[in-house]
Design a protein around this ligand. Structure first.
Ligand SMILES: *[C@@H]1O[C@H](CO)[C@@H](O)[C@H](O)[C@H]1NC(C)=O
Length: 332
């Protein structure tokens, strides 16, 4: 009896020990599992990061050696802005050449030529020499910015105004997006149109600026002050688009600048698809331009309605898609 109590106690004690041993083994197991798991995650992260950098060029053909893009820069008597822009863009790796659309009565001065030539020379790396050209126009028309250029080396054009600057990373990302959809326009500044049913029995289109896009989360155009498009659209704009639209753009220069809306119509009518808005940082380096003048939206609306009438329908397509660089968003 006594012996059995004693042995039970020993047994109990033993069980306790073994239970606590099992307990500590479990905890250790759990701990080591956690550590291994954490290591796995870290290793996975690291390798996926490494892998990313390794395979990046093959997954996305980001600026292959000579097939970059051409910068088409529209400028008007703002030499400081032009110089700033060119100094900046010559540092972007994907830039193949720079075309300056020149519509002033006087040709570019020798000192401007000299300055830009030096900039290009000092920023060209190795055997890659950026080509810089002035495309001098004799008549002053807003259509000049989309005039056909015969000997372009790249399919991709990055059309910009001289008063906005985009970091190279944003430009290269937009270029990658464009390479996925080379028929469409890919840009940084979205705008929209919407039907105003109150105006009349006819469909009346309203032009919506930044606030409208923000409010409705939709857009149907990207402005050519900052957009990639295929060079074939220069040919289409100059030679295929109805002359009445080009005339309208020229005639109404002082009141409205509508050439970018005309380009949006042309691309939308060709693709039947919306443009693509790319997230990017924008730096405005000039004073505020025509878009800050009062009544701008109203006049842009007139362009929309004029062009829709010319086409016989509204070719613009709305979307809410926005392209962002997945490397810079932390939470999915
Ligand atoms: C719009 O596209 C249609 C179909 O591709 C084409 O037939 C028409 O000529 C285009 N309109 C204009 C004004 O370019």
């Amino acid at each position: 009896m006594r012996g059995s109590t004693y042995s039970r106690r020993i047994l109990q004690r033993f069980r306790q020990i073994s239970i606590s041993a099992v307990g500590s083994i479990k905890i250790k197991l759990l701990l080591s599992c956690c550590i291994v798991f954490t290591l796995f995650i870290i290793a996975g992260r690291a390798s996926s990061f490494m892998g990313w950098h390794h395979h990046y060029p093959s997954l996305i053909p980001s600026s292959p050696p000579r097939k970059g893009y051409t910068i088409l820069i529209n400028t008007w008597k703002r030499y400081d802005l032009l110089k700033q822009s060119i100094v900046h863009y010559t540092t972007c790796t994907g830039v193949d050449s720079i075309h300056i659309v020149w519509s002033e009565p006087n040709p570019p001065s020798d000192s401007l030529h000299e300055f830009l030539r030096n900039v290009v020379r000092s920023n060209s790396k190795g055997d890659k020499v950026i080509e810089l050209r002035f495309d001098v126009n004799h008549e002053d028309s807003l259509n000049n910015r989309f005039k056909e250029i015969k000997d372009l080396k790249t399919d991709a054009l990055f059309s910009i105004d001289d008063d906005v600057v985009f970091p190279c990373a944003s430009v290269e990302f937009a270029f990658n997006v464009w390479q996925s959809a080379p028929a469409t326009m890919v840009g940084f500044v979205p705008r929209m149109h919407w039907v105003d049913k109150m105006k009349s029995s006819m469909e009346y289109y309203n032009y919506g600026g930044w606030w409208s896009v923000w409010w409705m989360g939709k857009y149907s155009m990207v402005l050519s002050k900052a957009a990639f498009f295929h060079k074939k659209y220069l040919d289409l704009y100059t030679n295929q688009m109805p002359a009445s639209i080009r005339d309208y753009v020229t005639r109404n220069r002082c009141l409205r600048n509508c050439e970018d809306i005309a380009m949006s119509f042309l691309v939308a009518n060709t693709t039947g698809a919306p443009p693509i808005w790319v997230k990017g940082r924008i730096f405005e380096i000039g004073s505020t331009g025509i878009s800050s003048l009062g009544g701008h939206s109203e006049r842009r609306s007139q362009c929309l309605n004029k062009f829709a009438a010319e086409y016989g329908h509204m070719p613009l397509v709305s979307t809410s898609v926005k392209a962002v660089d997945s490397r810079y968003i932390w939470f999915w």
